[in-house]
Ligand binder design. Structure first.
Ligand SMILES: NC(=O)C1=CN([C@@H]2O[C@H](COP(=O)(O)OP(=O)(O)OC[C@H]3O[C@@H](n4cnc5c(N)ncnc54)[C@H](O)[C@@H]3O)[C@@H](O)[C@H]2O)[C@H](O)CC1
Ligand code: K
Length: 516
């Protein structure tokens, strides 16, 4: 699913009006009616007090359309105009008149925090104060209103975006943004719904289709894309009856040090379970018996050194190399890493200490093959690109870094984001159970194993991140967040592959229809 920028949404607005020969007020009527349909389907006439707070722009206009429909359908509605500016939009004014024609209980003007209405915990708040037009900090008394919403503990439904949330930068203060219980967004969710600092304001969201011009939406190139099953299904490479393991490549996993051989075991098993035809591990001598015993499917070559990698010498041409898991940053290992980079011609996936050595010796960055995949966790990322001000600044820094070195960077987190060629791929699978030792090693193995089978590095990364999270989502059904282990993710990788072709059952279909 494409994630549109603010400018693209306004352009969609303009083109829809032009190409469908409708007025902007008609489009607002569609938006407000869709909001009403969503609420009506869930409230079924319930006389729960609904407090609709409208700004003076088009977001407020949407709120007025909704309030009008709620009123004419007999709901218990109270409408307020949050009068933070005297510049009322044209369509706001049209709907301000329209709502006054259906009720004697005209909207109440709120101008400062002396006059906030009482809101009970069981009431419903509709937040139509600001939409995507927010372009400067919210004034203090409106922030006080948002605090008043929070203090009421009432269910808060935000229209399009939680008011106070910018689409392209972090809020000055988290209190400047409404804490929505649910957000109903037009056309598509917004990138800010998926970033650690700003996702807290939306929590749950759904998309309302207001009939935007499909030709524009499908043709416009967006910087960010939401990656779910639909998007990765197109990447999947089916196997034919006469396939053989030679067709699925030979992954080489380089890493391990005394006490950290397990990281290599997990990465090798991840690569095999992702479908790599053959896997060889290159590890220090200390790990030989452990690895051969724990993973008979993997072949093993050992370094001359007992405890760490000192000289990477493999007489094979791997399809792909996954390097860094459990590797340590011993000076001998660093030298071996540099010598390896000078010779290596295979696609490369770098993780953990491979990244830490890069960060310590940035001259090595220029030696990386094109489209090398880097899979840093936040600390490793900071060592690579330096500190960032906020999530948006982090994205900009990573985009610049990925562009400069022609690499693919995976920003691991609640919504792992893969960045390459100035594009963002926002993953939708995964859960807090993945915050466990070794889950990163498994991801490295999965991505390596996919490249081994012929997936291009970017495809392998986006697909691998999806499968890794999906496997964890299925596994937590049995293990729960706290008990999920990295090896469980590997065990459930097959289920993640099979889930790609699972028809949504009738219950799922019901949910999808209701849009919940
Ligand atoms: N294309 C669509 O998706 C549609 C969106 N609709 C709704 O329209 C809003 C966007 O409306 P807009 O009038 O552009 O802006 P807002 O209502 O978000 O903002 C109101 C107004 O306030 C001014 N402003 C901005 N920041 C501040 C501030 N901090 N303090 C005071 N005033 C501020 C600014 O000038 C804005 O004009 C979108 O979210 C949807 O809800 C359409 O209804 C349907 C199509
Ligand atoms: K809003």
């Amino acid at each position: 699913m494409k994630l549109f920028s603010k400018e693209q949404i306004y352009e969609a607005d303009r083109l829809t009006i032009e190409r469908q020969n409708i007025s902007s007020a008609d489009l607002m009527e569609r938006a407000g009616t869709q909001l009403f349909n969503w609420m009506h389907a869930r409230m079924q006439g319930a006389q729960v007090p609904v407090h609709v707070f409208c700004g003076i722009g088009n977001n407020g206009g949407d709120g007025l359309v909704l309030a009008r429909h709620l009123t004419t359908h007999g709901y218990h509605v109270k409408t307020y105009i949050v009068n933070y500016s005297d510049k009322r939009s044209k369509d706001f004014l049209i709907n301000y008149d329209r709502i006054k024609s259906v009720t004697k209980d005209w909207p109440v003007l709120l101008t400062d925090d002396e006059s906030f209405p009482e809101i009970n915990p069981k009431d419903i708040i509709v937040d139509a104060v600001f939409g995507i037009g927010l372009n400067r900090p919210v004034v203090a008394w409106v922030v006080a209103l948002f605090d008043h919403f929070r203090a009421s503990k009432a269910f808060t439904l935000s229209v399009d975006v939680p008011s106070g949330l910018y689409l392209d930068k972090a809020p000055e203060h988290t209190n400047n943004v409404v804490s929505a219980s649910f957000t109903l967004s037009f056309a598509a969710p917004k990138l800010a719904f998926f970033l650690p600092q700003t996702a807290q304001h939306t929590v749950q969201w759904d998309v309302l289709d207001i009939g935007f011009d499909q030709e524009y939406l499908s043709s416009v190139d967006t910087e960010a894309e939401l990656i779910a099953k639909h998007e990765v299904l197109f990447l999947f490479k089916p196997r034919t009856k006469f396939s053989h393991k030679g067709q699925f490549g030979h992954s080489l996993i380089i890493g391990g040090s005394y006490g950290k051989i397990g990281a290599v075991t997990l990465a090798c098993k991840g690569a095999l379970s992702a479908g790599s035809g053959l896997v060889t591990a290159y590890i220090p001598k200390c790990g030989y018996t452990a690895l051969q015993a724990s993973l008979p499917e993997a072949m093993v070559i050992t370094d001359t050194d007992k405890n760490c990698i000192s000289n990477i010498n493999v007489a094979m041409q791997p399809s792909v190399v996954g390097l860094g898991v459990g590797m340590g940053t011993d000076s001998k290992t660093l030298k071996a890493f540099e010598a390896f980079l000078k010779e290596n011609k295979s696609p490369l996936v770098l993780d953990a200490d491979g990244l830490n050595m890069l960060a310590q010796h940035t001259a090595l960055l220029k030696m990386l093959p094109a489209q090398t995949v880097l899979t840093p966790h936040p600390k490793e990322l900071e060592r690579l690109i330096g500190v960032w001000k906020d999530d948006f600044d982090k994205l900009e820094k990573v985009k610049a870094f990925a562009h400069t070195y022609n690499v693919i960077v995976v920003i691991k987190g609640a919504h792992t984001i893969t960045i390459s060629n100035n594009k963002l791929y926002v993953n939708t699978t995964g859960n807090p159970g993945l915050a466990t030792a070794g889950s990163g090693d498994v991801l490295t193995g999965i991505i390596t194993g996919l490249i081994s089978q012929g997936y291009a590095p970017l495809e392998a990364t986006v697909f691998g991140v999806y499968l890794h999270g999906k496997a964890a989502d299925i596994a937590v059904g049995k293990y729960g967040y706290q008990s999920l282990l990295a090896s469980h993710v590997i065990d459930y990788l097959g289920a993640a592959y099979l889930d790609l072709f699972k028809k949504p059952d009738s219950q799922d279909r019901e949910q999808e229809k209701e849009g919940s």
